[in-house]
Ligand binder design. Sequence first.
Ligand SMILES: *Cc1c(COP(=O)(O)O)cnc(C)c1O
Length: 369
Amino acid sequence: MPICTMMAMTGTETSRLTIDLGAIVANWQDLRDRHASGEVAAVVKADAYGLGAQIVAPALHAAGCRHFFVAHLSEALAIRPLLPGAMLAVLNGLAPGQAEVFADRDITAVLGSLPEIARWVAEAQRLGRRLPALLHVDTGMNRLGLDETELATLAADPEVLTNLDLLYLMTHLVSSELPDDPINQRQRAEFAAACAALPPMKRSLANSSGIFLGPDFASDLARPGAALYGINPTPGLPNPMRQTVRLDIEILQIRQIEQGDSVGYNAAWRATRASRIATAPLGYADGWPRSMASCSHAIFDRRPVPLVGRVSMDLTTYDVTDFPEIMPGDWLTVIGPDRTPDDIARDAGTNGYEVLTSLWSRYARTYLA
Ligand SMILES: *Cc1c(COP(=O)(O)O)cnc(C)c1O
């Protein structure tokens, strides 16, 4: 049953994105069962991977989730009032000038460098109270987090941390979706060494795929994002997660073309027989990858309908020659149970994360409880 509709569903919309909140919550509960050693957070950065943080985060909060991560301060500010009593942390760190807003709005800083620590400590001193933080150590990603030298400096003088309420020490895995990659064990060992060098505190290690790496990668707080939204955390094995997204598009027109006629920009596809071509309102301005080759397809009545020609900004074309029953006004499913974001990613040369986070705002959105 739809619990919320973002755009007036007047029956006039021609593309519909349906997001199953119940499936997202069930995925979170499933991950919690798999990570019994500790808590399980929800990563809701990038608007909950494109699915709508304003709606997804409160649904997880209602199910008992009490730890949330975003990437930007602005993302945290937008959902802070919706998550009473929960930790809400900003993965990208504490930029200059942000400390006062973080403290004022009860946002937890993820400190990944000595200057960030200094900023947060100064704010704590100014306010005369301890401020919540995660410490982020780099164990191989080389993007954010304390490097080896900074870690040694901090380990030699942990007094600087006394004004902080250190909730977790965290690191981020480089290749957790590849269980045989030796970097996983190297990072685990480096993380253990970092934990030993610093004052005792709780730990946060696994992302989605990390939860599936086994007990060595369990910690006090896992940080899954992708798996909550149905992306397969175990590529190469059957997807243990529920699908959460469905995208349907209405056929605007169908035309008959001759053998040898081309379809779309640059005549990138040419009919090898007399063909029926269906045009539907989906393009790269909707986040549908232009790199999607003609090997891709939509679904009608559980059968694949081939995409033909270039994906353009607002339109995509399908070959419905073998579907005489398809008429203008019929709907094709482009994401659904038989066509997951991971499938689309494979066709477009990207990953499921990019497919989901690209689902932009033109669709009429419906959320199922
Ligand atoms: C994005 C992110 C996560 C979540 O990763 P998934 O692979 O989507 O589960 C966890 N931790 C950090 C630091 C991240 O940047």
